[in-house]
Design a protein around this ligand. Structure first.
Ligand code: FAD
Length: 292
Protein backbone atom coordinates (compact mmCIF):
# COMPACT_ATOMS: atom_id res chain seq x y z
CA UNK A 1 0.00 0.00 0.00
CA UNK A 2 1.14 3.54 -0.66
CA UNK A 3 1.87 5.75 2.36
CA UNK A 4 -0.34 8.41 0.82
CA UNK A 5 -3.31 6.00 1.15
CA UNK A 6 -2.38 5.02 4.70
CA UNK A 7 -2.53 8.70 5.69
CA UNK A 8 -5.84 9.07 3.92
CA UNK A 9 -7.40 6.04 5.61
CA UNK A 10 -6.20 6.47 9.18
CA UNK A 11 -6.78 9.07 11.88
CA UNK A 12 -3.24 8.68 13.24
CA UNK A 13 -0.24 7.00 11.66
CA UNK A 14 2.56 5.44 13.73
CA UNK A 15 5.86 4.69 12.03
CA UNK A 16 9.39 3.70 12.97
CA UNK A 17 12.77 4.49 11.47
CA UNK A 18 15.69 2.09 11.46
CA UNK A 19 19.17 2.26 9.96
CA UNK A 20 20.58 -0.56 7.78
CA UNK A 21 23.30 -2.98 8.92
CA UNK A 22 26.85 -1.67 9.29
CA UNK A 23 30.17 -2.90 10.69
CA UNK A 24 28.81 -2.57 14.25
CA UNK A 25 25.31 -3.83 13.59
CA UNK A 26 24.91 -7.11 11.69
CA UNK A 27 22.03 -8.05 9.38
CA UNK A 28 21.12 -10.92 11.69
CA UNK A 29 20.84 -8.58 14.66
CA UNK A 30 18.77 -6.15 12.62
CA UNK A 31 16.34 -8.85 11.46
CA UNK A 32 15.76 -9.57 15.17
CA UNK A 33 15.16 -5.87 15.86
CA UNK A 34 12.69 -5.60 12.99
CA UNK A 35 10.84 -8.73 14.16
CA UNK A 36 10.45 -7.20 17.62
CA UNK A 37 9.38 -3.83 16.26
CA UNK A 38 6.77 -5.53 14.09
CA UNK A 39 4.98 -6.74 17.26
CA UNK A 40 4.02 -3.07 17.84
CA UNK A 41 2.11 -3.08 14.53
CA UNK A 42 3.54 0.11 13.02
CA UNK A 43 1.79 1.51 9.95
CA UNK A 44 5.15 1.59 8.23
CA UNK A 45 8.88 1.24 8.89
CA UNK A 46 11.39 3.39 7.06
CA UNK A 47 15.01 2.42 6.42
CA UNK A 48 17.66 5.13 6.11
CA UNK A 49 20.10 5.33 3.21
CA UNK A 50 23.74 6.26 3.71
CA UNK A 51 22.83 8.62 6.59
CA UNK A 52 25.78 10.48 8.11
CA UNK A 53 27.99 9.51 5.19
CA UNK A 54 27.76 5.79 6.01
CA UNK A 55 27.35 2.90 3.62
CA UNK A 56 24.28 2.72 1.37
CA UNK A 57 24.11 -1.06 1.29
CA UNK A 58 21.35 -2.94 3.05
CA UNK A 59 18.56 -0.40 2.70
CA UNK A 60 16.58 -2.30 0.08
CA UNK A 61 17.39 -5.67 1.67
CA UNK A 62 15.90 -4.58 5.00
CA UNK A 63 12.93 -2.81 3.41
CA UNK A 64 12.21 -5.96 1.42
CA UNK A 65 12.22 -8.07 4.59
CA UNK A 66 9.78 -5.64 6.23
CA UNK A 67 7.45 -5.62 3.26
CA UNK A 68 7.66 -9.15 1.89
CA UNK A 69 8.31 -11.26 4.99
CA UNK A 70 6.46 -9.28 7.66
CA UNK A 71 3.79 -7.72 5.47
CA UNK A 72 4.36 -4.25 6.93
CA UNK A 73 4.64 -1.26 4.63
CA UNK A 74 8.24 -0.23 4.03
CA UNK A 75 9.70 3.10 3.02
CA UNK A 76 13.22 3.36 1.72
CA UNK A 77 15.05 6.64 2.17
CA UNK A 78 16.90 7.72 -0.96
CA UNK A 79 19.41 10.56 -1.29
CA UNK A 80 20.37 12.25 -4.54
CA UNK A 81 23.48 14.29 -3.73
CA UNK A 82 26.11 13.48 -6.36
CA UNK A 83 23.88 10.86 -8.04
CA UNK A 84 23.25 10.51 -11.74
CA UNK A 85 19.82 9.86 -13.23
CA UNK A 86 20.72 6.31 -14.27
CA UNK A 87 21.82 5.43 -10.72
CA UNK A 88 18.52 6.66 -9.35
CA UNK A 89 16.61 4.79 -12.06
CA UNK A 90 18.47 1.57 -11.14
CA UNK A 91 17.54 2.05 -7.49
CA UNK A 92 13.88 2.60 -8.39
CA UNK A 93 13.85 -0.51 -10.57
CA UNK A 94 15.34 -2.53 -7.72
CA UNK A 95 12.59 -1.22 -5.43
CA UNK A 96 9.95 -2.26 -7.92
CA UNK A 97 11.45 -5.74 -8.16
CA UNK A 98 11.14 -5.91 -4.38
CA UNK A 99 7.54 -4.75 -4.35
CA UNK A 100 8.39 -1.55 -2.44
CA UNK A 101 6.10 1.35 -3.22
CA UNK A 102 7.31 4.17 -0.96
CA UNK A 103 10.31 6.48 -0.86
CA UNK A 104 11.47 9.22 1.47
CA UNK A 105 13.33 11.42 -1.03
CA UNK A 106 16.22 13.45 0.35
CA UNK A 107 19.07 15.52 -0.89
CA UNK A 108 21.53 14.05 1.61
CA UNK A 109 24.68 15.57 3.05
CA UNK A 110 28.24 15.50 1.83
CA UNK A 111 29.73 12.02 2.48
CA UNK A 112 32.65 11.86 4.94
CA UNK A 113 35.35 11.42 2.29
CA UNK A 114 34.14 14.16 -0.11
CA UNK A 115 33.74 17.93 -0.39
CA UNK A 116 31.19 20.43 -1.71
CA UNK A 117 32.12 19.75 -5.32
CA UNK A 118 29.88 16.67 -5.03
CA UNK A 119 26.87 18.97 -5.46
CA UNK A 120 28.03 19.79 -9.01
CA UNK A 121 28.72 16.22 -10.06
CA UNK A 122 25.19 14.81 -9.79
CA UNK A 123 22.02 15.42 -11.80
CA UNK A 124 20.01 16.62 -8.79
CA UNK A 125 20.53 19.77 -6.76
CA UNK A 126 17.73 19.54 -4.20
CA UNK A 127 15.39 16.89 -2.84
CA UNK A 128 12.59 18.49 -4.89
CA UNK A 129 14.48 17.54 -8.10
CA UNK A 130 14.55 13.92 -6.93
CA UNK A 131 10.89 14.07 -5.93
CA UNK A 132 9.94 15.28 -9.43
CA UNK A 133 11.94 12.45 -11.01
CA UNK A 134 10.36 9.80 -8.77
CA UNK A 135 6.86 11.21 -9.30
CA UNK A 136 7.35 11.12 -13.06
CA UNK A 137 7.58 7.31 -12.88
CA UNK A 138 4.05 7.20 -11.36
CA UNK A 139 5.16 4.13 -9.40
CA UNK A 140 5.74 5.40 -5.86
CA UNK A 141 4.33 7.44 -3.02
CA UNK A 142 6.99 10.02 -2.16
CA UNK A 143 7.72 11.73 1.15
CA UNK A 144 10.17 14.50 2.00
CA UNK A 145 11.98 15.76 5.09
CA UNK A 146 11.27 18.97 6.99
CA UNK A 147 12.91 20.86 9.79
CA UNK A 148 10.55 22.41 12.37
CA UNK A 149 13.54 24.27 13.83
CA UNK A 150 15.00 25.18 10.40
CA UNK A 151 17.45 23.41 8.11
CA UNK A 152 20.96 24.50 9.11
CA UNK A 153 21.80 25.99 5.69
CA UNK A 154 18.98 28.56 5.70
CA UNK A 155 16.88 30.97 7.72
CA UNK A 156 13.37 29.99 8.70
CA UNK A 157 11.44 31.96 6.08
CA UNK A 158 13.56 30.84 3.13
CA UNK A 159 13.49 27.27 4.38
CA UNK A 160 9.70 27.38 4.67
CA UNK A 161 9.28 28.64 1.10
CA UNK A 162 11.74 26.01 -0.14
CA UNK A 163 9.64 23.41 1.64
CA UNK A 164 6.55 24.72 -0.13
CA UNK A 165 8.38 24.27 -3.46
CA UNK A 166 9.27 20.73 -2.39
CA UNK A 167 5.66 19.90 -1.57
CA UNK A 168 4.48 21.43 -4.85
CA UNK A 169 6.90 19.20 -6.74
CA UNK A 170 4.85 16.17 -5.67
CA UNK A 171 5.47 15.29 -2.02
CA UNK A 172 2.71 13.14 -0.49
CA UNK A 173 3.80 13.38 3.15
CA UNK A 174 6.53 15.01 5.25
CA UNK A 175 8.64 13.55 8.04
CA UNK A 176 10.35 15.87 10.50
CA UNK A 177 13.82 16.14 11.85
CA UNK A 178 13.91 15.16 15.54
CA UNK A 179 12.83 17.87 17.95
CA UNK A 180 12.05 18.13 21.66
CA UNK A 181 10.08 21.35 21.78
CA UNK A 182 6.46 20.73 20.80
CA UNK A 183 5.66 24.45 20.76
CA UNK A 184 8.25 25.03 17.99
CA UNK A 185 6.76 22.14 16.05
CA UNK A 186 3.18 23.36 16.40
CA UNK A 187 4.19 26.94 15.47
CA UNK A 188 5.85 25.52 12.40
CA UNK A 189 2.70 23.53 11.53
CA UNK A 190 0.64 26.75 11.70
CA UNK A 191 3.09 28.64 9.47
CA UNK A 192 3.21 25.75 7.00
CA UNK A 193 -0.59 25.74 6.74
CA UNK A 194 -0.57 29.49 6.09
CA UNK A 195 1.72 29.09 3.07
CA UNK A 196 -0.42 26.24 1.73
CA UNK A 197 1.55 23.20 2.86
CA UNK A 198 -1.27 20.78 3.51
CA UNK A 199 0.21 17.29 3.23
CA UNK A 200 0.30 15.15 6.40
CA UNK A 201 3.16 15.93 8.80
CA UNK A 202 4.89 13.20 10.76
CA UNK A 203 6.63 14.33 13.95
CA UNK A 204 10.08 12.81 14.43
CA UNK A 205 10.39 11.61 18.02
CA UNK A 206 13.51 10.17 19.58
CA UNK A 207 13.36 8.69 23.09
CA UNK A 208 16.09 10.33 25.19
CA UNK A 209 17.43 7.30 26.96
CA UNK A 210 21.09 8.28 26.97
CA UNK A 211 22.08 11.86 27.77
CA UNK A 212 25.48 11.81 26.02
CA UNK A 213 24.01 10.39 22.82
CA UNK A 214 21.31 13.05 22.79
CA UNK A 215 23.76 15.91 23.27
CA UNK A 216 25.71 14.63 20.25
CA UNK A 217 22.58 14.18 18.14
CA UNK A 218 21.13 17.60 18.96
CA UNK A 219 24.33 19.33 17.91
CA UNK A 220 24.21 17.46 14.58
CA UNK A 221 20.50 18.08 14.02
CA UNK A 222 20.27 21.75 14.93
CA UNK A 223 17.44 21.16 17.40
CA UNK A 224 17.05 22.92 20.70
CA UNK A 225 16.79 21.36 24.12
CA UNK A 226 13.92 23.01 26.01
CA UNK A 227 14.42 23.96 29.69
CA UNK A 228 12.19 21.12 30.81
CA UNK A 229 14.39 18.53 29.08
CA UNK A 230 17.61 20.29 30.09
CA UNK A 231 16.64 19.91 33.77
CA UNK A 232 15.98 16.21 33.23
CA UNK A 233 19.31 15.71 31.44
CA UNK A 234 21.22 17.58 34.15
CA UNK A 235 19.53 15.65 36.93
CA UNK A 236 19.82 12.11 35.54
CA UNK A 237 22.63 12.06 32.99
CA UNK A 238 24.86 10.03 35.30
CA UNK A 239 22.24 7.44 36.18
CA UNK A 240 21.32 5.24 33.24
CA UNK A 241 18.15 3.74 34.74
CA UNK A 242 16.74 7.09 35.88
CA UNK A 243 17.63 8.72 32.54
CA UNK A 244 15.97 5.89 30.64
CA UNK A 245 12.74 6.17 32.63
CA UNK A 246 12.64 9.96 32.35
CA UNK A 247 13.34 9.73 28.60
CA UNK A 248 10.43 7.35 28.05
CA UNK A 249 8.14 9.65 30.04
CA UNK A 250 9.28 12.70 28.06
CA UNK A 251 8.72 11.05 24.67
CA UNK A 252 5.34 9.69 25.83
CA UNK A 253 4.23 13.16 26.89
CA UNK A 254 5.50 14.69 23.66
CA UNK A 255 3.49 12.21 21.59
CA UNK A 256 0.27 12.66 23.58
CA UNK A 257 0.49 16.43 23.25
CA UNK A 258 1.16 16.29 19.51
CA UNK A 259 -1.69 13.87 18.82
CA UNK A 260 -4.09 15.95 20.88
CA UNK A 261 -3.01 19.01 18.89
CA UNK A 262 -4.05 17.25 15.68
CA UNK A 263 -0.69 16.02 14.38
CA UNK A 264 -1.40 12.98 12.29
CA UNK A 265 1.94 11.21 12.08
CA UNK A 266 4.23 9.98 14.88
CA UNK A 267 7.55 8.75 13.50
CA UNK A 268 9.84 7.18 16.12
CA UNK A 269 13.58 7.23 15.47
CA UNK A 270 14.31 3.82 17.00
CA UNK A 271 18.12 3.88 16.62
CA UNK A 272 17.64 0.11 16.09
CA UNK A 273 16.54 -0.33 19.71
CA UNK A 274 13.25 -1.93 20.67
CA UNK A 275 12.63 -1.59 24.42
CA UNK A 276 12.00 2.15 24.49
CA UNK A 277 9.62 1.93 21.53
CA UNK A 278 7.71 -0.89 23.21
CA UNK A 279 7.39 1.02 26.50
CA UNK A 280 6.27 4.24 24.84
CA UNK A 281 3.61 2.47 22.81
CA UNK A 282 2.40 0.60 25.88
CA UNK A 283 2.07 3.96 27.65
CA UNK A 284 -0.20 5.26 24.90
CA UNK A 285 -2.10 2.05 24.09
CA UNK A 286 -5.54 3.49 24.93
CA UNK A 287 -4.76 6.68 23.04
CA UNK A 288 -3.70 4.65 20.02
CA UNK A 289 -6.98 2.71 20.19
CA UNK A 290 -8.86 6.02 20.35
CA UNK A 291 -7.48 6.90 16.90
CA UNK A 292 -8.32 3.53 15.30
P1 FAD B 1 16.39 19.76 0.57
O1 FAD B 1 14.92 19.69 0.72
O2 FAD B 1 16.96 19.73 -0.80
O3 FAD B 1 16.91 21.06 1.35
C1 FAD B 1 18.31 21.27 1.56
C2 FAD B 1 18.56 22.76 1.71
O4 FAD B 1 18.36 23.39 0.45
C3 FAD B 1 17.60 23.46 2.69
O5 FAD B 1 18.33 24.46 3.37
C4 FAD B 1 16.55 24.08 1.79
O6 FAD B 1 15.97 25.25 2.36
C5 FAD B 1 17.36 24.41 0.54
N1 FAD B 1 16.56 24.31 -0.68
C6 FAD B 1 15.67 23.35 -0.99
N2 FAD B 1 15.11 23.59 -2.20
C7 FAD B 1 15.69 24.72 -2.67
C8 FAD B 1 15.54 25.48 -3.88
N3 FAD B 1 14.68 25.11 -4.84
N4 FAD B 1 16.31 26.60 -4.03
C9 FAD B 1 17.18 26.99 -3.06
N5 FAD B 1 17.35 26.30 -1.90
C10 FAD B 1 16.62 25.18 -1.71
N6 FAD B 1 20.38 11.81 5.10
C11 FAD B 1 20.92 10.71 4.53
O7 FAD B 1 22.05 10.77 4.02
N7 FAD B 1 20.24 9.51 4.52
C12 FAD B 1 19.00 9.37 5.08
O8 FAD B 1 18.42 8.29 5.07
C13 FAD B 1 18.40 10.53 5.68
N8 FAD B 1 17.18 10.47 6.23
C14 FAD B 1 16.61 11.60 6.76
C15 FAD B 1 15.30 11.52 7.27
C16 FAD B 1 14.70 12.65 7.81
C17 FAD B 1 13.28 12.55 8.34
C18 FAD B 1 15.41 13.88 7.85
C19 FAD B 1 14.78 15.09 8.47
C20 FAD B 1 16.71 13.96 7.34
C21 FAD B 1 17.31 12.84 6.78
N9 FAD B 1 18.60 12.88 6.23
C22 FAD B 1 19.15 11.75 5.67
C23 FAD B 1 19.39 14.10 6.30
C24 FAD B 1 19.19 15.01 5.06
O9 FAD B 1 19.66 14.37 3.90
C25 FAD B 1 19.96 16.32 5.31
O10 FAD B 1 19.35 17.00 6.38
C26 FAD B 1 20.16 17.24 4.12
O11 FAD B 1 21.02 18.32 4.56
C27 FAD B 1 18.90 17.90 3.60
O12 FAD B 1 18.11 17.02 2.94
P2 FAD B 1 16.66 17.47 2.40
O13 FAD B 1 16.11 16.33 1.67
O14 FAD B 1 15.85 18.08 3.49
O15 FAD B 1 17.13 18.61 1.36
Amino acid sequence: MKIKDIYQNKKAVFSFEIFPPNENFSSEKLYGVIDELSIQKPDFISVTYGAGGTTKGGTIEMASYIKNKLNIEAVTHLTCVGSRKDEIENFLNELERNNIENILALRGDIPKDQDESIYDRGDFLYASDLIKAVRATKRFSVGGAFYPEVHHENNDLIDLFNLKKKVDSGTDFLVSQIFFDNESFLDFRDKAEKVGINVPLAAGIIPVTNAKQIKRITSLCNCKIPKKLERILNAYEDNNEAMYQAGIAYATEQIIELLSAGIKGIHIYTMNKTNAVKEILENISSIRKYYE
